[in-house]
Design a protein around this ligand. Structure first.
Ligand code: SF4
Length: 268
């Protein structure tokens, strides 16, 4: 498969590939945009993603040094205000380490690049790296589902690889922890420690995925047989998988797809 020039792998495009090879083909190889489905569940999802984007912007401005009270005064949504209150109560600026909001790291990988964009990276030199990711869903996803997603694989892998590629004493590894923090459930973060075993496993898994994508021709990129993955996909009508979006079930994991948050905050 010929990928576009300067194509970079990311948790989002690898997750799309894992969910549906055909979606990857349409979106990233052919660059086909298809009109979003204008129905109630999708509009609701878009409204929630907009709220999530506003939260991400606030946090980025907070770590850029914008006055906390000015940021708080700019909030109009009561729900966003409650999230902001919980976030500022965390008082992350007092935690040890250098803090980098919306930090992008890109590494060479199998002839391409693999890129991760971190909501917040906290670096305690010689000791620890902590990856924070804000999840603004109203429900708390199952930890096993979240930890199985490509984000939980790509983010710590890219960080570990970038450290080992630049570190002279490779046996002096800093600890890496990833924390998903939910402003709607501030006391229930989902966190995991990264290990060298996991780093090796993830490297094999990512290599396998990238090889599958680059070594196969278009015939490989078929439509998923799991039609539940089509419920909110923009290509539903293109694929003959229905016109209207499905109804969001209570406790649904659908909002885990935060592709709308994949913004270039440096350009804002
Ligand atoms: S509608 Fe379904 S089959 Fe078509 S691209 Fe989307 S997920 Fe794949």
């Amino acid at each position: 498969m010929n990928l576009p020039e300067n194509f970079s792998f990311s948790q989002q495009n690898l997750q799309d590939y894992s969910d549906c090879r055909y979606r990857f083909l349409l979106k990233y190889v052919h660059g086909i945009e298809w009109p979003a489905v204008e129905s109630e569940p999708v509009l609701l999802q878009e409204a929630r993603m907009e709220l999530g984007q506003q939260f991400h912007r606030l946090v980025q401005q907070y770590f850029s040094g914008v006055d906390q009270s000015l940021l708080g005064a700019s909030i109009q949504s009561p729900e966003l205000g409650a999230w902001w209150q919980e976030f500022t109560t965390l008082d992350l600026t007092t935690f040890p380490g250098e803090k980098y909001a919306e930090k992008t790291i890109s590494i060479p990988f199998n002839g391409y690049r693999l890129t991760a964009k971190y909501d917040l990276l906290v670096i305690e030199p010689g000791r620890k790296f902590t990856i924070y990711d804000w999840k603004t869903s109203t429900y708390l996803p199952k930890a096993t589902n979240l930890l199985g997603r490509l984000q939980s694989i790509v983010y710590p892998f890219v960080l570990r690889k970038s450290i080992t590629d630049h570190q002279e004493a490779k046996d002096m590894m800093e600890e890496i922890e990833m924390i998903y923090w939910f402003p709607a459930h501030p006391a229930r973060p989902i966190r995991f420690q990264y290990s060298n075993d996991r780093f090796l496993q993830d490297g094999d898994l990512l290599t396998g995925l990238v090889n599958e994508i680059v070594e196969n021709d278009e015939g490989w990129f078929n439509r998923t047989s799991d039609q539940s993955r089509c419920r909110y996909c923009n290509y539903r009508s293109h694929c003959g998988r229905g016109i209207n979006a499905g109804v969001i079930e209570p406790g649904s994991e659908e909002f885990l797809d935060e592709s709308a948050f994949d913004l270039d905050f440096n350009a804002l």
